[in-house]
Design a binder for this molecule. Sequence first.
Ligand code: KG4
Ligand code: ZN
Length: 340
Amino acid sequence: MTEASIILGIESSCDETAAAVVQDGRTVLSSSVHSQIAQHAKWGGVVPEIAGRSHLEQIVPTIHSALSESGVDGSALSAIAVTSRPGLLGSLLVGVSAAKALAWAWEKPLLDVHHIEAHIYAALMSLSEWHFPYVTLVVSGGHTSLYRTDSPLEHTLLGCTRDDAAGEALDKGAAMMDLSYPGGPSIEKEGASGNPKAFPFKLPLMSRDSLEFSFSGLKTALLYTLKGPGGKRTDPTRPEATNLADLCASFEHAVTETLAQKCMRACEQTGIPRLLVGGGVARNTRLRNRVAHHARQHDVLATFAPPEFCTDNAVMVAGLGHAKLLQGQSASLDLDVAAR
Ligand code: KG4
Ligand code: ZN
């Protein structure tokens, strides 16, 4: 097989319906993302039933828009790649059903993609040349994990979160402060002018030698800070506006500094001086700055996914699909979905 490919990617694992056309795993011909944020915002998080129904409404228009924007006809595609795991089952089913129908109708190979591997591929897309192995951090609303990455399709888990994902902690922390969903961008915006040292939150699990994360204690610490001295206030409400900026900056600092330091620890323990960072939280400027700061000190080359491909998208799905096609790893039309 030659390396040339044009792949349609489809993503529907959580609250974004996305489709994209990517050439040779690198050149983005089109990318359409329909976000459901507005539909979930009033509930303070993703409601699976609402997500499934919204994917059902949006999947065909989103695929149509990606194909027409790319100018590529279905018959000219090399394959169709789709996220089949992990994610919300009802949401995954919509994307996978659409991908199967198109693969069958156009007689194209179907490629099943793992969502976390796709987030890692997004970071690889920032590099013009790959020098494996890498230490990889995937940090999103559902995942906070460190891997050793030996190729786009080979990842060995080094450590993950014992409880909340970093994005989940930011989302829940924001909800406690009455900030809008999703919490990561809200905290980033509110905390931009704040002092990150104003509230010295203890960095979780730093004293041990492990590469595991834990963010639930940090969330509790935020709750007690909001409740005031002695934790007496039963109704933690948003603090004074001046405090809010400091509190957001400090909480965001604790989360991002923990992530940055654990990345360096992983690089040190594995002896790999190259780091990749992907997933929704990788969009965060404070995280990018903290990682860059530590990476300079540790002589580590840190690479982030392009900001537009950090949160869920189908470019990363089509991209990883290219790697699978090169390996001859296609799926059959009875492909199933999996939550984990
Ligand atoms: O990768 P993603 O779109 O979905 C999952 O696979 O989970 O990540 C969504 C997560 C949410 O928790 C959201 O708050 C967080 O990414 N996020 C951010 C930023 N943008 C999105 N967190 C911090 N700063 C941001 N700018
Ligand atoms: Zn994701």
